[in-house]
Design a protein around this ligand. Structure first.
Ligand code: SF4
Ligand code: SF4
Length: 221
């Protein structure tokens, strides 16, 4: 179902935490940067502490950073808060949560740029589906800073596309030592370098990252 900007979003979170269990949360460089800053950790430490990990994208063989679930399949940032008989499941990094989490239960189609409701089969629980709220899609996206973060996400996607177009993916570099070195160097720049422990910038130096990646891609030829 496609929502128009003025449509009401039939959604209100009841903090059951169900969408934060058995979940695949893909991260961009921007997401990692924000999480690291709020936890006062370097990007590298997020991986060392096993809060983040990688998965291989089966369609483009890119190594994508994701939130690393605990052994009980919950997000590493999900916590329970109790008050008498009431219990809530909350997010430790709520203000810096990844874009995917901010959009839930909407999703972004990169081809059409439309926001769509997840199909019923994709819902984790039905407690958040309601007609009780009165905010529109536009208001919902604004309150979650989604539009602002989508702009940077699209810049990130363009860079990944450029790297893929240059043939740097796990499948194509299997037997090419030099290409493997470049691939992991780029992965490190994108995901494990910013922020450094003693150098937490105001913003991710994305242009610097683009320049570094371009330099590696050009030196490939
Ligand atoms: S499943 Fe729905 S109600 Fe439960 S935490 Fe997620 S958004 Fe909130
Ligand atoms: S980062 Fe927060 S909102 Fe996202 S899955 Fe984890 S606990 Fe849920």
């Amino acid at each position: 179902m496609i929502l128009q900007p003025t449509d009401l979003v039939p959604f209100l979170c009841r903090a059951t935490g169900k969408c934060c269990i058995h979940n695949l949360v893909l991260l961009s460089s921007f997401d990692i940067f924000r999480i690291a800053r709020v936890l006062n950790l370097s990007a590298k430490e997020l991986f060392e502490k096993k809060l983040l990990t990688y998965r291989i994208n089966p369609s483009n063989y890119w190594m994508e950073p994701i939130l690393n679930s605990r052994s009980n399949s919950t997000c590493p940032f999900l916590f329970r808060e109790t008050n008498g008989a009431n219990e809530k499941y909350l997010c430790e990094i709520y203000e810096s949560r990844p874009l995917v989490c901010r959009m839930y239960p909407l999703k972004y189609d990169t081809d059409t740029s439309l926001f769509m409701r997840f199909s019923p089969a994709e819902h984790r629980c039905y407690e958040c589906i309601t007609t009780e709220n009165n905010f529109t899609l536009e208001e919902y996206l604004q309150a979650s800073s989604v539009n602002e973060l989508l702009n940077e996400f699209n810049r990130y996607l363009a860079l990944i596309d450029k790297i893929s177009a240059a043939g740097l993916n796990l499948e194509k570099i299997k037997k090419k030592k030099e290409a493997q070195k470049k691939f992991f160097e780029i992965q490190s720049i994108l995901y494990e370098t910013y922020p450094e422990k003693d150098n937490i910038h105001n913003a991710l130096p994305f242009e610097e990252m683009e320049r570094r990646v371009d330099y590696i891609l050009e030196s490939q030829e």
